[in-house]
Design a protein around this ligand. Sequence first.
Ligand code: HEC
Length: 160
Amino acid sequence: MNNKIRPLPVLAAALAVAVPVFAADVPYPQGYRQWTHVKTLELKPGHPLYEAVGGIHHLYANAAALKGYRGGHRFADGAVIVFDLFAANDAGNATAEGARKAVLVMRKDARRYAATGGWGYQVYDPATQAAKLDAKAQGECHACHQAQEKQGFVFSAWRD
Ligand code: HEC
């Protein structure tokens, strides 16, 4: 995680407030727990993105996204990456997953999401599976991911 990245207030707002369903044009990623685990990271208090996405997250890739990660970060249409976010509970010198806080999704479709580098962005409420982002918020997700243009707009990397 890049510490120089500045958090966008809209991300915190999108994750905190249950707003009515807007553009559910990025579908809920059914079955993602059976996909390939890419990596795990814990963001602790003090990290610039803590307010928005603090806690433990696991990233998952579907088969198309896995090909993209392993093939020089060239992601084909149909690639989906999930950012599964949990509270972090510290006890007894161990950190465990707490409640699931949100399910963030990126889905590649070069034509459909042409305005945001070919990626559609959405955040789902884990309890209701309701979509939380409108088009403006989706654009703000991409504004930060734009920094990774040379890596297909994806921050994380694969390792065997
Ligand atoms: C301020 C910068 C920033 C914003 C805004 C942001 N992200 Fe990210 N995102 C990151 C970083 C950094 C990572 C890498 C996390 C890691 O390596 O574990 C990431 C990772 C991801 C991933 C996994 C794929 C990847 O790029 O590694 C998804 C999915 C994702 N973000 C979705 C979203 C969604 C949806 C939004 C809007 C609600 C959003 N992001 C807004 C910085 C941002």
